[in-house]
Design a protein around this ligand. Structure first.
Ligand SMILES: *Cc1c(COP(=O)(O)O)cnc(C)c1O
Length: 450
């Protein structure tokens, strides 16, 4: 029997992150300030260290990973690449399915790849505290862990509905020493205004971002950290795709199609961009971002400048967006409920160099359960989006008799999402189709620029 786990030695942890900007056919569109003109690096200096701002705008192809960051990556990297022998057999497909297991990190998802790097650069810059937000809790946990490793205090604004529904994510963040505030909170002007308007507000990711940014902008000892969307976050995540390329090389394979779940685009960019370098050089490889039908940013949004948060405190980015005040339905893949998307992913998708598909909630849970029963690993509901799209492709291969090589980024495990699995098993989950009306209302609020 051929190998199941394709492993690398710790010495093979990448030494450099890969910056896709060097291989994009067109330069990235610049972020805009409130007056509609491009912002300079100084506009971000109140909330980010200069080293990360430089990475945000760098055109250099390879950026060295600091030794301190690589040393912490050694706690869980390199992550294994698995051949899904049992899933292939269950589907009786001639396709070969591989998945990269990012759920082996201490935080249980890929997000630690960037939180560790961000904490390192902030500590280097003399910053003492990080303010950040979390929706479902994965990013808050990743940042709490990273803060602990580099001696930074971390305050997490956690969307109130998740704060109440996900007590164990809260305990995880507390274990790693973070302070957690339900958002909207009394700590910020934005939060107080939201509570005055609706004391029972369930909160939203856009609002929690506004609270964290407000706090970071108003204190010199405090910076802000974002878990997705920004160029430097996707840059840090490229360790996923760089390792995967070496692992495929070891078994003499190369993927025909790559599937990754897409919320803000960071694990998709991290897994796919290193392969894009080969695509730019003429190699055939399809890169597919998979999103929920309830929050269909790439497949149903518009390509326009928009804010990253509901209070319009962030610069405007040219991206696919459903509108900065779009409130997606409460699906269980909390990490995929963001109105916008990475500007890099958006631009490449707009130029038709990447693909996107949307999958309904029930199909993703069916795929997650099928995967768990074949492979043993229980996937995060976010990751199940990629699994569902890959299973569809594997079944098309069965029809056509093609032995394609398919690659899934398994962005995280689902051990903290068993409540969502329970709802699925008891028939309480529903499909939320494209919420056309809500999106139309939110799209009407997109700023008019350019
Ligand atoms: C946060 C998260 C996602 C989505 O975020 P991206 O920035 O699009 O990667 C996907 N999967 C898991 C497990 C997550 O925690």
């Amino acid at each position: 029997m051929s190998q199941t786990k394709i492993l690398l030695d710790e010495s093979e942890i990448p030494t450099h992150w890969y910056n896709i900007i060097a291989d994009m056919p067109n330069p990235p569109a610049p972020p805009l300030g409130p007056d509609g003109t491009p912002i300079g690096p100084e506009a971000l200096a109140a909330i980010f260290p200069m080293s990360l701002i430089e990475q945000e705008v760098s055109g250099q192809r390879w950026i060295a990973i600091p030794e301190e960051v690589r040393a912490l990556y050694q706690l869980w990297r390199p992550t294994p690449l698995y051949r899904a022998h049992r899933l292939e057999a269950a589907l009786s497909t001639p396709a070969k399915i591989y998945y990269k297991h990012e759920g082996v990190s201490p935080g249980g998802s890929h997000k630690v790849n960037t939180s560790i790097a961000q904490a390192y650069y902030n500590a280097q810059a003399g910053i003492k505290r990080i303010a950040t937000e979390t929706g479902a809790g994965q990013w808050g946990s990743a940042m709490a862990l990273a803060g602990q490793m580099f001696g930074l205090e971390v305050r997490v604004y956690m969307v109130k509905v998740s704060y109440e529904q996900k007590p164990y994510r809260r305990s995880m963040m507390q274990t790693w020493g973070a302070e957690i505030c339900a958002s909207p909170s009394q700590q910020t002007q934005v939060g107080r205004t939201a509570l005055a308007a609706d004391p029972d507000s369930p909160g939203s990711l856009g609002l929690a971002i506004s609270e964290a940014v407000e706090e970071a902008a108003s204190r010199v000892d405090t910076n802000y950290a974002l878990g997705s969307v920004l160029n430097h976050v996707l840059l840090h995540q490229t360790v996923i795709g760089l390792e995967a390329k070496k692992q495929f090389e070891k078994v003499g394979e190369y993927p025909d199609v790559i599937f990754a779940p897409c919320g803000g685009g960071s694990n998709f960019g991290g897994a796919a961009f290193p392969f894009f370098a080969d695509k730019a050089a003429g190699k055939e490889v399809r890169l597919v971002a998979v999103e929920p039908t309830s929050c269909p940013t790439l497949t149903r949004g518009i390509y326009a400048y928009d804010f990253g948060d509901s209070a319009q405190l962030t610069p405007m980015l040219l991206m696919y967006t459903l509108g900065h005040d779009f409130m997606p339905p409460s699906i269980h893949a909390g990490g995929l409920r963001y109105h916008g998307d990475s500007a890099l992913v958006s631009q490449l998708y707009h130029e038709k160099l990447l693909e996107a598909v949307a999958v309904p909630q029930l199909a993703t849970f069916a795929a997650g359960v099928q995967f768990a029963r074949a492979e043993g690993i229980i996937p995060a509901p976010e990751s199940s989006h990629a699994i569902a799209a890959c299973i569809d492709e594997a079944l098309r291969c069965k029809e056509s008799g093609e032995g394609k090589t398919l690659f899934i980024n398994l962005s995280g495990h689902g051990h903290f999402d068993m409540g969502a699995y329970d709802s699925y098993f008891s028939g309480k989950l529903e499909d939320f189709e494209y919420p056309a009306e809500a999106i139309q209302v939110a799209l009407a609020h997109i700023p008019k620029v350019g």
